[in-house]
Design a protein around this ligand. Structure first.
Ligand SMILES: Nc1ncnc2c1ncn2[C@@H]1O[C@H](COP(=O)(O)OP(=O)(O)OP(=O)(O)O)[C@@H](O)[C@H]1O
Length: 206
């Protein structure tokens, strides 16, 4: 992951007719982490989606600009996203749902290890739709681990997790950073990420 990192320039975001944030630049080097904070509805998830390439930054008119401009996002390396959408088939067992992604990601050999890390191996024969809130979150993280992406975008990764599982996530984030990955976390809850930069979107009004 030579030279890996995230560079984002002049990000503006409007949802509907509501301007959320603007003039946002980001530069994260290998191993760095960003903790996104701000009140409900300020645009943390929207920013995660922009960084994931799932949402385009909004057009804006720069001072003296004749026509609208649009910001940019650049990653060096692959990215994995964990958000409220589990990305696991609700109608099959957890084992089959994870196997689907493992086949795509080429990570079948490590699925059992990831399930063990997240403590979900006793749940592998349970349909995804029966999993509890915290179990679902842990399953989503197991899916993320199988992806083996260089960098992580995590939207509220601690929601519904017990204290022990929170510690596991914090350890996994530290390991990803130690491997040179950039980790961006949107979280209302405190999360142990030593040396992380905190970005409050209230400081970036449009
Ligand atoms: N399809 C849509 N059209 C218009 N506005 C939308 C749409 N979807 C979401 N929004 C609005 O965009 C704003 C930002 O939402 P977003 O989910 O990014 O906020 P957030 O900071 O992640 O909030 P929370 O802390 O509650 O998760 C909210 O005010 C929301 O109502």
């Amino acid at each position: 992951m030579q030279g890996a990192g995230l560079t984002a320039r002049e990000l503006y975001c409007r949802r509907g007719d509501r301007p959320l944030f603007g003039a946002l630049d980001l530069a994260l080097k290998p191993g760095e982490a960003l903790h996104l904070v701000g009140p409900n509805g300020i645009g943390k998830s929207s920013l995660i989606e922009i960084l994931a390439g799932l949402r385009r930054p909004s057009d804006f008119l720069s001072a003296g600009g004749a026509k609208p401009a649009r910001g940019s996002v650049g990653w060096c390396g692959t990215i994995g996203l964990l958000d409220a959408r589990l990305a696991l088939d609700e109608t099959v067992t957890l084992e089959r749902a994870l196997a689907f992604w493992a086949a795509l990601d080429g990570s079948a050999a490590s699925t059992a290890d990831h399930a063990c890390t997240l403590g979900i191996e006793p749940l592998m024969d349970v349909p995804v739709r029966y999993l509890s809130t915290g179990q679902r979150k842990r399953a989503g993280i197991a899916r993320l681990l199988g992806q083996n992406a260089d960098h992580w975008l995590l939207d509220e990764p601690l929601n519904g997790l017990d204290t022990e599982s929170i510690g596991v996530i914090e350890t996994l984030i530290a390991a990803r950073r130690a491997a040179g990955g950039v980790v961006v976390v949107a979280s209302h809850q405190p999360i142990a990420m030593p040396g992380a930069v905190t970005l409050d979107l209230r400081d970036h009004p449009w």
